[in-house]
Design a protein around this ligand. Structure first.
Ligand code: HEM
Length: 100
C-alpha cells in the first residue's frame, strides 16, 4: 500500500475506528498497539499520522521537526534515527510506503 502524506494524516488516532500510523524514512508502521503513546493525549501524539524521521533523529517533539527532511542532521542524529527505525521494525507491523 502506498499513501500520500495527506492520506497518512487520516491515521492520526483521532478516529477510533481507524488504526494509527507513523512513517519513518518512508516506511509506514501500524503503531495502534502503542495507542497510549500515539493516541489522543499521548506523549507522542504529535507523530501520529505523520512522517516523523527528522523529529526522531533529533529527539524532538517540535512541530517543525515532524517531517522527513534529514538535511543537516549530524552523524549522531542519523544514528539515533536508525535506532528508532530498528525499534519500530521489531515492534510494529509495516503497512506500506509513503509516496515521495
Ligand atoms: C524527559 C524526556 C523523556 C523521557 C523521560 C522519555 C521516556 C520514555 C519512556 C519511559 C518510554 C517508554 C519506553 C517503552 O516502554 O518502550 C518512551 C517512549 C518513547 N519515546 Fe520518550 N521520553 C522522553 C523524551 C522523548 C523525546 C524528546 C522524544 C522525541 C523523539 C521521545 C520519543 C519516544 C518515542 C517515539 C517513544 C515510543 C516508542 C514506542 O512506540 O515504543 N521521547 N519515552
Amino acid at each position: 500500500m502506498e499513501l500520500t502524506a495527506q492520506q497518512l494524516g487520516a491515521f492520526d488516532g483521532t478516529d477510533p475506528s481507524k488504526p494509527i500510523y507513523v512513517s519513518i524514512r518512508g516506511t509506514i508502521y501500524d503503531v495502534s498497539s502503542g495507542k497510549g503513546f500515539y493516541g489522543p493525549g499521548g506523549s507522542y501524539a504529535v507523530f501520529a499520522g505523520r512522517e516523523a524521521s527528522r523529529a526522531l533523529g533529533k529527539m524532538s517533539k517540535s512541530e517543525e521537526d515532524v517531517n522527513g527532511n534529514l538535511d543537516g542532521l549530524s552523524e549522531k542524529e542519523m544514528g539515533v534515527l536508525e535506532d528508532w527505525e530498528k525499534k519500530f521494525q521489531a515492534k510494529y507491523p509495516v503497512v506500506g510506503r509513503l509516496a515521495s
